[in-house]
Design a protein around this ligand. Structure first.
Ligand SMILES: [Zn+2]
Ligand SMILES: [Zn+2]
Length: 243
């Protein structure tokens, strides 16, 4: 009996595309935005899969992108097609004249349109291009969140919608907490030190008032979106900084 050969996501051209993209990832790491210099670089991880829909071939390639907020270390996933990425990039280009913040994102090399878009090397190039593009978008969004940033309102909203930013990050607050160093993170039991309040977001306060390292919360959030101490719901995060 012949075994039905591949599940959609294991189709040979997708596996090959991912291998090609991984092999050339080194140069990607070098692309770093000036916006990022004050924050940790956002992580972006892309998996390709097949979506079925009304296209010439009866299916389309889609890119599942796992994004990490550099302020809070919170991760979430979005799924986009090439056409959606391109449309968003073009809408940013139109907005470019109204803000210097977009200059860098617009000058990034963006993957080209192709007719035979399911060739492995084309998908690999798109994975790489999207990784850089999305990393900049996430950094730009986080930058817009900072209370010191003067960004046009529609830019922040556009990014929020396209990146499907979780509510608790959208609603992030910033709070100067001079006495936070007397407290400790109840996940790792280390006390907070002064270095950690220099960069807003290294220490996060949850809606219930409990404080944690964002790295400690990152692992916790993969299991539950509640406070590890009191199980209180996470309606928003507060990034602590030194006054
Ligand atoms: Zn901790
Ligand atoms: Zn709590």
């Amino acid at each position: 009996m012949i075994k039905s050969s591949f599940s959609h996501d294991e189709l040979p051209f997708l596996v090959l595309a991912k291998t090609l993209a991984d092999a050339s990832n080194e140069e990607l790491r070098l692309s770093c935005s000036s916006i990022l210099s004050t924050m940790s670089t956002p992580k972006v991880d892309i998996h390709v899969s097949i979506g079925s829909g009304q296209t010439l071939f009866g299916y389309y390639v889609q890119y599942k992108c796992t994004l990490t907020c550099p302020l809070t270390c919170r991760s979430w996933s979005i799924t986009k097609r090439f056409s959606e990425m391109l449309a968003f990039r073009n809408s940013l280009e139109k907005l470019q004249s109204s803000t210097p913040l977009l200059e860098e994102v617009i000058t990034l090399p963006f993957p080209k349109k192709h007719l035979d878009a399911e060739k492995p090397h084309i998908i690999a190039a798109r994975i790489k291009g999207f990784e850089v593009f999305l990393r900049h978008l996430v950094a730009l969004y986080a930058h817009c969140l900072l209370p010191t940033t003067d960004s046009p309102l529609n830019l922040s909203e556009m990014l929020q919608e396209f990146l499907d930013v979780p509510n608790d990050i959208q609603n992030i607050k910033f709070e100067a907490a001079p006495s936070v160093c007397e407290k400790e993170c109840t996940i790792c039991l280390d006390s907070f030190d002064h270095d950690q309040v220099h960069e807003p977001g290294t220490i996060l306060k949850l809606a219930c008032g409990h404080f944690f390292h964002r790295e400690c919360l990152h692992d916790w959030f993969t299991q539950a979106m509640t406070c590890p101490m009191c199980r209180g719901p996470i309606t928003h995060l507060t990034a602590i900084y030194e006054a």
